[in-house]
Design a binder for this molecule. Structure first.
Ligand code: XMP
Length: 182
């Protein structure tokens, strides 16, 4: 598995110290507010667990299962795998996702929440944001790291459901991408 990684971008210690900073900012921003975190699975499960344990506020969690990728390319449309969403009427919603790439996934999630939820506010937090040549379809309010426009895995992120358990974030090499695609 390690041999499939071209280079490591962030080791676990670096990720966790960035999460300390993000959690501090989020806790200040939401102090005294009714907060619901909507976490986008599967990619954000480790990020969610590590970030939320650093936020010393009462909060509720809803998890959404969403699919948008096929191989290393976005399909351009997203599929929601559940029909109902938790009642967040009057609550402040923070969406957690692993990575902002084209922004189409986050855009669709925000649109659905805005249309169906009655939330008092909707913000978003991503661990990674890719630096793109073009503009992303939406922006995130909290960003962990800006990364180059390359396919990354580890710390929850997968390629064909593999590599999620790597404790770091790394760039997948071309040979591994080709091998999985066969
Ligand atoms: P969009 O393009 O809609 O993509 O912003 C967001 C979702 O696509 C997945 N994604 C990736 N997954 N390595 C991954 O493992 C990547 O480099 C990557 N880029 C996008 C991810 O599920 C994210 O929520």
């Amino acid at each position: 598995m390690q041999g499939d990684i071209d280079r490591i971008l962030y080791h676990e210690t670096t990720i966790l110290s960035r999460l300390d900073e993000m959690a501090h900012t989020i806790a200040k921003d939401y102090e005294g507010k009714e907060l619901t975190v909507v976490s986008i699975l599967n990619g954000s499960f480790i990020f969610m667990a590590d970030l939320l344990r650093r936020i010393p506020l009462p909060l509720q969690i809803d998890s959404w299962s969403v699919s948008s990728y096929h191989g290393t390319k976005s399909k351009g449309r997203i599929e929601f795998r559940q029909n109902s969403i938790a009642d967040v009427t009057g609550r402040h919603v923070l969406i957690l996702d692993d990575i902002l790439d084209s922004g189409l996934t986050l855009r669709a999630i925000k649109d659905r929440l805005a249309a169906e939820s009655g939330a008092a506010s909707i913000r978003s937090c991503v661990l990674l944001r890719k630096k793109l040549q073009r503009e992303a379809a939406t922006v995130a309010d909290y960003v962990g790291f800006e990364i180059p426009d390359e396919f990354v895995v580890g710390y929850g992120l997968d390629y064909n459901e593999q590599y999620r358990n790597l404790p770091y974030i790394g760039v997948l090499n071309e040979e591994a991408i080709r091998r999985h695609a066969r």
